[in-house]
Design a binder for this molecule. Structure first.
Ligand SMILES: C[S@@+](CC[C@H](N)C(=O)[O-])C[C@H]1O[C@@H](n2cnc3c(N)ncnc32)[C@H](O)[C@@H]1O
Length: 231
């Protein structure tokens, strides 16, 4: 059953899907980060990769490029408006590349509950775990669903821990409130602290479940990309 947070997220992203898509496409440096996150998955041609909370599909080209036409890309999201933009992106890529993307699929569903008949080789979640009430459970579940030796990668933004962080974090806090489906409402603590904790908790689980992890920080330490190979 949908919780208040789920309904608020779906309404928020449904309403702002166009703006989100424009920002996702035009923010300088984001393409580089998405490419790095996709690299972290160490995909091979023919692999199946699932993106949890795929939004408007900004990662799909990076994933499809790596698995090739013989692989499979599955984007999962629970917001219809975001998936509609992702569909448009796929259509655009097909037109521009003059090639059908028959192997790229979009699924409407809850990333914390979805199950796959065949275990994927890799799972990616970008800017998603900070939205989940129980990120530990989600990452554990994703790790459980992977094929043996599969890879899981997370890309997230949270407050920087660098020494010069104060002004950076002031700006970041404003961004967190603006991009939070409920603004300042519904949080027992500041939303940026909740986000920091969720992003850190997801990484703790990933590190505990993986036999090999990589971690890199970008954008003054605000963006983290963490990946691991799950046994
Ligand atoms: C900040 S956007 C990120 C979108 C995309 N990953 C990107 O990097 O541009 C978060 C997305 O996660 C989706 N989302 C959040 N929680 C979800 C859940 N439990 N199941 C499925 N989608 C979810 C939202 O609908 C939204 O599209």
């Amino acid at each position: 059953m949908a919780t208040d947070a789920t309904t608020a997220a779906q309404q928020f992203y449904g309403r702002w899907a166009d703006l989100y898509d424009a920002l996702a496409r035009s923010t300088p440096g984001l393409g580089y980060l998405r490419s790095r996150a996709a690299d972290t998955l160490a995909l091979d041609p023919g692999d199946t990769v699932v993106e949890m909370g795929c939004g408007t599909g900004a990662n799909l080209p990076y994933l499809r490029e790596r698995v090739g036409s013989e692989g499979r890309v599955v984007g999962v999201d629970f917001t219809q408006g975001m998936l509609a933009r992702a569909r448009e992106r796929i259509d655009r890529e097909e037109r521009e590349g003059r090639e059908e993307w028959r192997n790229v699929h979009l699924v409407r569903g809850d990333a914390t509950e979805i199950e796959f008949r065949e275990p994927p080789d890799a799972i990616l979640a970008t800017f998603v775990v900070g939205m989940l009430a129980d990120p530990e459970a989600a990452v554990n579940r994703w790790a459980d669903q992977l094929a043996p030796g599969g890879r899981l990668a997370l890309l997230d933004a949270a407050q920087t821990t660098r020494w010069f962080g104060w002004p950076v974090n002031q700006a970041f806090r404003g961004l967190v409130v603006a991009s939070s489906p409920t603004g300042m409402k519904g949080y027992e603590r500041a939303p940026w602290s909740v986000l920091d904790d969720r992003v850190a908790a997801a990484r703790r689980v990933l590190r505990a479940r993986a036999d090999e992890t990589t971690h890199s920080e970008h954008a003054l330490g605000v963006v983290r990309i963490t990946g691991g190979r799950i046994d």
